[in-house]
Design a protein around this ligand. Structure first.
Ligand SMILES: Nc1nc2c(ncn2[C@@H]2O[C@H](COP(=O)(O)OP(=O)(O)OP(=O)(O)O)[C@@H](O)[C@H]2O)c(=O)[nH]1
Ligand SMILES: [Mg+2]
Length: 307
């Protein structure tokens, strides 16, 4: 056997699904693992809507992390599509990490997820997140409580935001993935088209600035992306809202609201993509976009047949 073959055999690669209740810090952990911004993060629940792949390396292992929407009790069709995408992400993965916000403790959502894992007879690693916010005694009690509910393969205490414990978790996961060739080039960080990343960046700015139900009743799509000769790109996006009133709030007095969103989104796109972006935002009222299969396809979600 040649040296090359030996090296080839030593490679490992596989999928690690990050699942958890909304707001547990899954997207923060994905970004931290990858070392860049792949998924949007906000303080609001239900930020992530579909599965997002981020790629990390540990020695000879390529770890493909799959960020998933939070798992909660769905009410709307979109909710159902999101929760189902999360479970599919878990079903397809080699390893599952259940992220629990240690401040929230054993919530109804966490209980439901553990019931789901038990029913599917899946193994899972527990990662207690946001340990920067809790005292050690409380953490130990929570670890014990969760491990009495489910036989986790291992428990990690981490702060995705501050980076505590993340290296240990990555090393552990890398050692558990199957041997096999890498699926992506060594320098690839994400498996998300630029157009989708661009829509997500705008949606993040909207989530951060809008309140109550408004962020949940809109969706953003990149309708056109034209690379120009000078190396810049002209990007046109549509923000679908459900009511005329929502459109008015979003646009704001003298268009100030939408102008600010556009500026923030454009600046971040330029930073992330390393190119000049000319961003054009259009707001359209589409009362029933939540029942339109095409919108789901654009988000990378399966369209649930039942309303
Ligand atoms: N203090 C603290 N905050 C954190 C930590 N990790 C994440 N957060 C915060 O928790 C909030 C939610 O983080 P996300 O990464 O968006 O959570 P998520 O699980 O992806 O949420 P959904 O996509 O809505 O399911 C954000 O405000 C993060 O900044 C942490 O380790 N410590
Ligand atoms: Mg998320």
């Amino acid at each position: 056997m040649t040296d090359e073959n030996t090296a080839q055999e030593a490679l490992r690669c596989g999928f690690v699904a990050l699942i958890g209740a909304p707001n547990a810090g899954k997207s923060t952990l994905l970004n931290r693992m990858v070392g860049g911004k792949v998924a949007i993060v906000t303080h609001k629940v239900q930020t992530t809507r579909s599965r997002i792949r981020g790629i990390a390396l540990h020695e000879n292992t390529q770890l493909v992390f799959v960020d998933t929407p939070g798992i909660f009790t769905p009410r709307r069709r979109l909710d159902r599509a999101m929760v189902s995408a999360a479970w599919t992400g878990a079903a397809d993965a080699d390893l599952i990490v259940l992220l629990v916000d240690c401040q929230g403790g054993v919530s109804a959502d966490v209980k439901r997820i553990i019931t789901g894992l038990t029913k599917e007879r899946r193994k899972a690693v527990l990662a207690l997140n946001k340990i920067d916010l809790l005292r050690r005694e409380q953490l130990l009690a929570l670890t014990q409580e969760l491990n009495e509910m489910f036989e986790f393969e291992q428990t990690f205490m981490i702060s995705a935001e501050k980076g505590h414990g993340v290296e240990d978790l990555r090393a552990y996961l890398a050692g558990r993935l199957p041997t096999g060739p890498w699926l992506y080039p060594e320098d690839q960080m994400a498996d998300v088209p630029l157009r989708s990343l661009a829509s997500e960046i705008t949606r993040e700015k909207l989530y951060l600035r809008l309140h109550q139900e408004l962020p949940y009743s809109l969706t953003v799509e990149t309708e056109s992306w034209k690379d120009k000769k000078d190396g810049s790109a002209r990007v046109e996006q549509v923000i679908y809202v459900q009511r005329d009133g929502h459109k008015k709030i979003l646009i704001g007095k003298n268009g100030e609201g939408i102008k600010t969103i556009g500026k923030l989104a454009r600046e971040e796109m330029q930073d992330e993509f390393g190119m000049k972006i000319h961003l054009f935002l259009f707001v359209k009222v589409r009362e029933k976009w939540g029942d339109d299969p095409e919108r789901y396809e654009m988000m990378g979600l399966e369209f649930p047949k039942d309303k």
